[in-house]
Each structure stands twice: as C-alpha cells, then as structure tokens.
Design a protein around this ligand. Sequence first.
Ligand SMILES: NC(=O)c1ccc[n+]([C@@H]2O[C@H](COP(=O)([O-])OP(=O)(O)OC[C@H]3O[C@@H](n4cnc5c(N)ncnc54)[C@H](OP(=O)(O)O)[C@@H]3O)[C@@H](O)[C@H]2O)c1
Length: 374
Amino acid sequence: MHCSSFTCADQIGQKGNRRSEGFCGLALAIGMLSLRMPRPVPHFSVKSLKLHERRNVGRPLERFCLPIVTFIGRRCYARQIEQIESKSVLITGCDSGFGFSIAKHLHAKGFTVFAGCLLKDKGDSGVKELESLKSDRMKTVQLNVCNEEEVTRAQEFIRTNLNDPEKGLWGLVNNAGISTFGEVEFTSMETYKEVAEVNLWGTVRVTKAFLPLIRRAKGRVVNISSMLGRMANPARSPYCITKFGVEAFSDCLRYEMHPHGVKVSIVEPGNFIAATSLYSPERIQAIAEKMWHELPEVIRKDYGRKYFDEKIAKMETYCNSGSTDTSAVINDVTHALTSAAPYTRYHPMDYYWWLRMEIMTHMPSAVSDRIYVY
Ligand SMILES: NC(=O)c1ccc[n+]([C@@H]2O[C@H](COP(=O)([O-])OP(=O)(O)OC[C@H]3O[C@@H](n4cnc5c(N)ncnc54)[C@H](OP(=O)(O)O)[C@@H]3O)[C@@H](O)[C@H]2O)c1
C-alpha cells in the first residue's frame, strides 16, 4: 500500500466529525456483534466449551494458523520467476495512463511487450513514443477491446509473433478502461452500456480470446479493477457496476484457472485521476453539459440546475485530489506478473482510501454508511 496525505478539501473539513462518527460506529458495531451472540458471554460455561477436545480447539487453530503462516511466508519470501527475457505480455489501453507506463516498465524489465493501443492506426502520440524505443521487444498492436474483429486480428498477430507459439503468452494485463459519473437519475442507459462495453465486456472478450495462449504458458491474467470495484460511491454507478463485474469475473476465472496453473490477480487502484487521462476538467465539463441537455424535463425540474452544478463541482474537486505518482500501480502489476506467488488482490492507494475500503467492505453497512456516506 502506498500512503500519501489525502488532500480533498471537503473531506479534510469533515475530519473532526468523522472521528467522532468513527467511535460511535465502532461502539455500534460491538453492540451489534454482541446482539448476534446466541446468549450473553457470561452464560457460556467453560465445561460446555470442551476445550480439551481436539476438534474444538486444536483443529480449528491448526487450520487457521497454518495457512496464515504459509501465506505470510509466501508473501515475504516468494521468488521471482525465471527467464523474463523469454516471456511476452499483452497490455490493453497503452495509448496513455497506467497502460503506457506499464508497457515501458515491463519492457525495461526484459519482457517482450505487445502494447494494445486504441489509436495506433491514427498515430496517437503515446503509440509514437512507444514505437520510438525501436526495440524488437516493444510491438504496438491496434486493439479496440470492444471490436471483436480487432481482438481476433490482435490474437493472430501476437500468436505468430511469439518466440515459440507452443509455449504460449505469459501475461495479459486488462487495463483499457473509461470512466464517467452522474447520479442514477442523471445517467442515460446509453452511458451505462458504453462504459460496460469497454470496462467489463472488453475485459471478458480479450481474456477469452487469449486464454488458450495463456494456459499453454501457465501464465498470468492481471485485471485492473478499482477501489470502486469493492465499494460503491454516490454518483459513480456507471463505473462501479463495471468494476464490480470485473471483480466477479476475475474471481470466477481464478477458481477455474487454478487447476491449469494460471494465476489471476486483481489490481484495485485508488484515486490516481490527477496522474492519468481518465478525467480532465474539460472532459468533466463536456460530460456535464451533454448530461444536462439530455435529461428528461421532469428530472431537470425536480433537481434544478443549482443542485446539478454543485455535484459537478464536487466531482471536479475529487478529480484534483488524486495521487500523481503511479509507481505503486506499476509495481503491483509487475509483482503480479513476476512473483512466483502473486497476490490475489493488490491495493495501490493512499491510506485514507485503504481504510475507507476496509471499513466499507468489512463493517455492517449500517455503520460504514454512517461513517463515510451520509
Ligand atoms: N486513474 C485512476 O484514478 C484509476 C483508478 C482506478 C482504476 N483505474 C483503472 O485503470 C485503468 C487505466 O486507466 P487510466 O487511469 O490509466 O486512464 P487513461 O489514461 O484514460 O487510460 C485508459 C486507456 O484505455 C484506452 N481505451 C479506452 N477505450 C478503449 C477501448 N475501447 N479499447 C482499448 N483501449 C481503450 C484509452 O485510450 P485513449 O487514451 O485513446 O482514450 C487509454 O489509453 C482503467 O481500467 C481504469 O478504470 C484508474
């Protein structure tokens, strides 16, 4: 986890309130847990617990502790994979942002990189920069993850350009993604489908196309999800549902690929908007104007322009608050591809968002909603 101070102005302003709300939340949680017990703690007799029986103490402890010890050991002391120079990876969405940086970093580590770019055919500046490396190990590929034909063509190109197609493709990084915002009543069905087409169905489409090659290599699939794939946020439903979908898809794939020796990892970045092209002030304004003009009359009238503008301003503040150093994301993707024991989930995010995600995913929602949402 990478920690940096959280700078979003309105959230800093509410820090004091949050702390007292946090204590109330904790007290409430303890209260709720004790309510859930079948009977009050003093009513448990030590005799009835039968502590001398192995199945009551020894076995649960053994089953609980052994995996933890093994898990910590594997996390701390896992080797790096060997022969990186003979391995190839495909990364989607390399025109800019994380994808662009991951492509350059993995190339520098010795991998052969197939960099899938949405705008290769249009000569985008990101593509030109990757090609300017003039390396046999950096190959850009035209790849719109929504286009079945382009995916098939990319698959054929990569298969024929592998050193040994029979040994397959070591890694696939599903990174391509788009984002938008807007409360449910402000968001058109068209927008929901557009975001899902890239983030969710694009990930599924590309993964299915490349799995036969990945299976041959007993390789890795790394899916870039988001902290918003674990916890929802108001005004982010079009994005959240796609990332929750990516999480579910990745979990199912991990279970299915385990017997084949393929490892599936999920990277859940926090807020890095200031560092990538996911949003820009101009893009936010363009989305907002389009959204307002396409709203049904009844919604415009009920909410009013003032409410709408306040929400847009809040979104702009959020976008300016992200971390500008993407190295945590790049390092986590690299670990997922190069460690002999990659993690299931990576959380490159600052401390505020990490704590918030843990509380939102582990506490009863009656508590976590009060701390962070209402
Ligand atoms: N930045 C963050 O704060 C953040 C946080 C959590 C998760 N993420 C996730 O990280 C991933 C990368 O995003 P980013 O922040 O690096 O944003 P980015 O700079 O906008 O990168 C996304 C890349 O995907 C490409 N792309 C868009 N539609 C595509 C399509 N249909 N087919 C292939 N490529 C397509 C974009 O191409 P163009 O540039 O040509 O449009 C761009 O190169 C996304 O999955 C995003 O959801 C980002």
